[in-house]
Design a protein around this ligand. Structure first.
Ligand SMILES: NC(=O)c1ccc[n+]([C@@H]2O[C@H](COP(=O)([O-])OP(=O)(O)OC[C@H]3O[C@@H](n4cnc5c(N)ncnc54)[C@H](O)[C@@H]3O)[C@@H](O)[C@H]2O)c1
Length: 275
């Protein structure tokens, strides 16, 4: 894709953080928007922030873990905009829990959003995006899709899964030469609402951690501004990159796990104990 002017982008989780900043930057570059989020208020705020641009903006309140809702949204996007070039599968949530202490309800909740949400968004939009012969699928994983962390087993599982899913998709798209590409994004700490919205449970106490303090500590690691993350993501789409790491923290952690694929786990465990 050479530029975003007069393209159509669909974004999940567009009511906050990285998704909201993607909407703002795309709007400034003349890209039409189909925005969705489970949070109606956040979505309305994003519309306020992009409405001065001469573009068409449509919105849908939906839960990305609802397959039927995502299917309908993809169809409505094409009805309303005529076509769609990009889907940013960005909506995501966090869960802090030990494996033993995680309820099946919470596990199904996070897998539903972080993994199935990405699968539904990809599969429901892909046939429409292919029709444009100039499209992109952007799936947001995490640095925790490359390295594991105590208390993050469920989040790790979903983000590793997004990585595997997206890299395989990219290989298929390359073989098909369909004009559609895909990118897997691995942000480090980005200053958004992700920590404040995270679920943390009392099982953390068995590792000597205080669940309330953990949210604050998690929040402290979120350094990169979301507008910078969005800028780098759009740049990577234009350069047709396969993988994007965002932030010095992400690059350091990635290098460390390559050099010490098992040793990094001991260091991460030690660091968690000291928190
Ligand atoms: N912030 C970080 O440090 C960081 C790091 C790595 C990866 N990520 C990933 O980036 C993505 C964006 O997160 P963010 O940091 O901007 O967080 P955020 O909390 O600011 O935004 C997430 C958005 O997703 C929406 N959402 C949550 N559940 C939903 C559902 N069921 N259906 C539809 N929308 C839903 C929320 O309402 C919110 O608007 C997530 O996938 C997250 O895992 C974030």
């Amino acid at each position: 894709m050479k530029n975003f002017k007069n393209k159509v982008a669909a974004i999940t989780g567009a009511g906050s953080g990285i998704g909201q900043q993607l909407a703002i930057l795309l709007a400034k570059q003349g890209c039409h928007l189909s925005l969705s989020d489970i949070n109606e208020k956040g979505l309305a705020q994003t519309v306020e922030l992009v409405k001065q641009n001469p573009i068409t903006v449509t919105t849908k309140v939906l839960d990305v873990s609802n397959r039927e809702a995502v299917k309908q949204w993809a169809q409505e996007t094409v009805q309303d905009h005529g076509s769609v070039n990009m889907i940013f599968n960005n909506a995501g949530v966090a869960l802090g829990s030990t494996v033993e202490g995680a309820s099946y309800e919470d596990l199904e909740w996070i897998v539903g959003i972080n993994f199935w949400g990405v699968v539904y968004g990809t599969k429901e939009f892909l046939p429409f995006i292919k029709q444009t012969k100039d499209g992109h699928i952007i799936n947001i994983s995490s640095i925790f899709g490359l390295t594991s962390q105590p208390t993050q087993s469920a989040y790790n599982a979903t983000k590793f899964a997004v990585r595997g899913f997206t890299e395989s998709l990219r290989q298929e798209l390359d073989i098909e030469k369909s004009g559609v590409s895909s990118l897997c994004v691995h942000p480090g700490g980005i200053r958004t609402n992700i920590a404040k919205a995270a679920k943390m449970n009392d099982s953390l106490k068995s590792l000597g951690m205080d669940p309330n303090k953990s949210i604050k500590q998690f929040d402290k690691f979120l350094r990169t501004p979301p507008e910078e993350a969005a800028r780098q993501i759009l740049n990577a789409v234009l350069k047709d990159k396969r993988r994007l790491l965002i932030g010095t923290d992400a690059r350091i952690v990635d290098s460390f796990q390559r050099l010490f694929p098992t040793g990094y786990q001991r260091i991460a465990a030690l660091a968690t104990k000291m928190m």
